[in-house]
Design a protein around this ligand. Structure first.
Ligand code: RBF
Length: 159
């Protein structure tokens, strides 16, 4: 994109020195662990240190926003990522969990002024969950960490 003559504010992908909080649901941990591994690998490959990632575990995706809020309240993190997997076929109220969690996470980011990124898989079935946690449809934990790094650095630039 042509960038001359305009003032551009954007976040780079340097993770060195950034502090990241991660909230992981234990439900479907087989997949959530893959998301967390992807997120950690991404952070390190962008220059971050593993000891700068703090992971909080919650029982299921429904509890993720609560722990995100608690991490944000510490004021210690440049961004918080949310990692969970809700599988439609096995979860009658999947749509309800997904929409509530997405709405709450967005709200928490806006209210706190610290970026919160969405590393949730909402899958129709186990096969889709496999595809989105590190096989043919990528890894949503990687995407969430990339977004967290970019948004944390954008926040610093706008300040
Ligand atoms: N949590 C998830 O993170 N993913 C799920 O797919 C999921 N499915 C659930 C299905 C049922 C029938 C129930 C009762 C809970 C499920 N949960 C799931 C857990 C939920 O997010 C929460 O931890 C519990 O309902 C306790 O508040």
């Amino acid at each position: 994109m042509e960038k001359s003559n305009v003032v551009v504010l954007e976040g780079n992908f340097k993770a060195d020195g950034l502090k990241i909080g991660a909230v992981c649901a234990r439900f479907n941990d087989f997949f959530v662990n893959r998301l967390l591994e992807g997120a950690k690998d991404t952070f390190v490959r962008h220059g971050g240190k593993l000891e700068d990632i703090t992971v909080a575990y919650v029982p299921g995706s429904y509890e993720i926003p609560f722990a995100v809020k608690k991490l944000l309240q510490t004021g210690k993190f440049d961004a918080v990522i949310a990692l969970g997997v809700v599988i439609q076929g096995a979860t009658p109220h999947a749509g309800y969990i997904n929409s509530e969690v997405a709405k709450s996470l967005c709200q928490l980011g806006l209210e706190s002024g610290t970026p919160v990124t969405y590393g949730m898989i909402t899958a129709e079935d186990i096969e889709q969950a496999i595809e989105r946690s590190g096989t043919k449809a990528g890894n949503k934990g990687v995407d969430a960490m990339n977004a967290a790094i970019e948004m944390a650095n954008l926040s610093k630039v706008i300040k």
